[in-house]
Design a protein around this ligand. Sequence first.
Ligand code: SAH
Length: 248
Amino acid sequence: MKGKVVLVGAGPGDPGLITVKGLQMLTTCDVVVYDRLVSEELLKYVKKEAELIYAGKNLGESLSQSNINEILLNKAREGKLVVRLKGGDPYVFGRGEEECSFLHEKGIDCEVIPGVTSAIAAPAYAGIPVTSRWFSSGFAVLTGSKADGSSIDPDYIPKKGTLIIMMGITRVEEVKKALLQVRYPNEPVAIIERGTTPHQRVIECLLENLDICVKKNEISNPAVIVVGETVKLRNKLWNYNKIHGVED
Ligand code: SAH
């Protein structure tokens, strides 16, 4: 039997947000290679005899990308059906494209099952829509820390609409500086920590106070920063506590 690798988006944290197709794949596969941001709850669905490999990204103890690639390759070459389970969506800052292209080069089949990205789901659970007919005609998802070690390139920042910044907490001063080159100091901001989990925390501030707010509230990863008018709709749409029994 020929093995293959399927990149599966695990969703943003709430295990209920994996897709039906992703869950089916999880229940039938022989090997799961999973990341730190993946809900442990999902691993309960894996067959008893399946092998679980943690490829987490805790500082200092993460497997390198080339290590992960080799594991996927070797397991597929053994004829296994391998699920590469990634937080959110595999192709939204998930390096899924690097893994899939590596495998294709080696002659291994690799498919993707998209996932619900935290870029949209964390704001949604916080009562913030990324678009609105009246307040935002579009949104941009940006990384706060690029592979070359730099922060946001202001050329990527649109003048209008909702901004969603991922991986922006550790470099929050640089993120704020870049944002202020294009956007206004008094724009509303929400920071959503551990969105869609029972530990979700939402902090609101103005863009000019973004860094102070992150420090003061000791916000840590994973968290997304949302900038723009739709943050204000939170007052009308907030319902996380009703659905999930968690207080704001
Ligand atoms: N592929 C993932 C993103 C991976 S990059 C996705 O589509 O969601 C990791 C970044 O995602 C984190 O630094 C954080 O900005 C964001 N993130 C992931 N899970 C999150 C969560 N539950 N709440 C808030 N932000 C989250």
